[in-house]
Design a protein around this ligand. Structure first.
Ligand code: PNS
Length: 160
């Protein structure tokens, strides 16, 4: 069985993430989308909200599983019996850091990383930029699933 873990912060999931998840889901028997629990960094959405939004957004792929993890990604992969990490690459700016992490993860535990190039239509998208645009009242509807859009608008309205 071909399985891969697609890790990330997903704060929140964007259409760019979903493009990569969908393309990866068609190439693996099971794709585990794993949300990092990072106590050192407060996100806009809690981990349970991110999982809820990801679960709704990936409901159309029956081989996609949404989960969360703490600590090292390689320990999570090893515990799940998965030896492949799947990451999307938007631009060359992503590549240097992603390459470093991929090499570290292979060195630590023999976990290989497969990179999928982002669809150019989404290559400028990031969760951070979407949150920034939403905070200042910009329309982010076309960058995220509708369920995320609704929650994002609520969040930024109650936060400031
Ligand atoms: O969506 P992001 O923030 O780009 O995802 C980064 C993530 C979660 C993939 C990365 O920070 C990670 O793997 N963190 C877990 C801790 C870890 O294993 N660190 C060593 C990486 S070599």
């Amino acid at each position: 069985m071909r399985r891969a873990v697609c890790p990330g912060s997903f704060d929140p999931v964007t259409n760019g993430h979903l493009d990569v998840i969908g393309r990866a889901a068609s190439r693996y028997d099971e794709l585990v989308v794993a949300v990092l629990v990072n106590d050192a960094k407060q996100g806009l959405f809690s981990v349970s909200e991110r999982i809820e939004l990801l679960t709704a957004a990936t409901a159309g792929w029956d081989n996609v599983v949404v989960d969360s993890f703490t600590g090292l990604l390689v320990d999570y992969c090893t515990a799940r019996g998965v030896d492949t990490v799947l990451k999307g690459i938007r631009a060359s700016a992503d590549f240097d850091y992603e390459l470093q992490m991929a090499q570290m993860n292979r060195e630590l535990a023999g976990i290989e990383t497969v990179f999928l190039p982002a669809n150019p239509a989404h290559s400028y998208l990031s969760s951070s930029l979407v949150k920034q645009v939403a905070r200042f009242g910009g329309d982010v509807r076309r960058f995220v699933p509708e369920s995320v859009h609704v929650r994002l608008v609520e969040k930024v309205a109650t936060r400031d």
